[in-house]
Design a binder for this molecule. Structure first.
Ligand SMILES: Nc1ncnc2c1ncn2[C@@H]1O[C@H](COP(=O)(O)OP(=O)(O)O)[C@@H](O)[C@H]1O
Ligand SMILES: [Mg+2]
Length: 211
């Protein structure tokens, strides 16, 4: 079954006094359940913009986004079950690792505290964060921050998991590394959570200015 589909998805950034930027010029793709897709391309070619539109963090200029066959394009981010691990990790500095992991669950549903604690424990074991659950982000290595960011996206059991620039670090357990070659410096992954994904790569064209 096709889980994620983009149909002629477009984004033009327009700001007063500046030329418009066609960041995404009609991307079409379809991912089946369990599939992993990497968008590879130079900086500025529209990878993050594409992910942000899928997650609902950026408005769409044209086209459609479907999950499980239904359009989600008009839905706000909180009504899309999509997990994002951001390039800059975007962790909450005053919160511990455990609180960072629990935050999305507590904010989203009035979840039972014992259930949230159990999920935090489970995901921490899965990505090797158990020993640092009480630490704050400022004291973590970049590899640890990356794993917290990944765990925070996974804990919500999203339909689609988006990883922006998930460069593997030497501290990252092999089970959490993207399955495909990620040696390119600008790789972006969109995957349906699965521990044995199939893999495709798609080149990303450079954006152009327009009027
Ligand atoms: N908020 C924004 N306002 C205006 N232009 C933007 C904005 N975000 C990104 N862009 C432009 O859109 C293009 C694509 O950016 P981005 O999606 O971040 O590329 P990538 O992730 O592939 O490096 C770039 O030219 C960038 O400068
Ligand atoms: Mg980017």
């Amino acid at each position: 079954m096709t889980e994620l589909e983009l149909r002629d998805l477009r984004k033009t950034y327009r700001a007063r006094g500046r030329p418009a930027v066609d960041a995404v010029r009609g991307i079409d793709l379809a991912l089946r359940s369990g599939e992993l897709l990497g968008l590879l391309g130079p900086s500025g070619c529209g990878k993050s913009t594409t992910l942000r539109m899928i997650a609902g963090l950026e408005t769409v200029t044209g086209g459609d986004i479907l999950v499980g066959g239904a359009s989600i394009t008009a839905r706000p981010a909180q009504q899309r079950n999509i997990g994002v691990a951001f390039e800059n990790y975007a962790l909450y500095p005053p919160l511990t690792v455990a609180q960072n992991l629990a935050f999305g669950l507590r904010a989203r549903r009035r979840a039972d505290r014992a259930d949230v604690d159990r999920k935090v424990k489970e995901i921490a074991e899965r990505v090797d964060l158990t020993a640092i659950l009480d630490a704050h982000p400022a004291g973590l290595s970049s590899g640890q921050k990356q794993r917290v960011s990944l765990a925070r996206a996974l804990i919500r059991e999203p339909d689609v998991l988006l990883l922006d620039e998930p460069r593997p670090t030497s501290t990252q357990p092999s089970a959490t590394r993207p399955a495909a070659n990620s040696s390119a410096s600008s790789a972006t992954w969109a995957i349906r959570p699965s521990w044995s994904p199939t893999t495709r790569r798609r080149p990303c064209p450079s954006p152009t200015g327009s009027r």
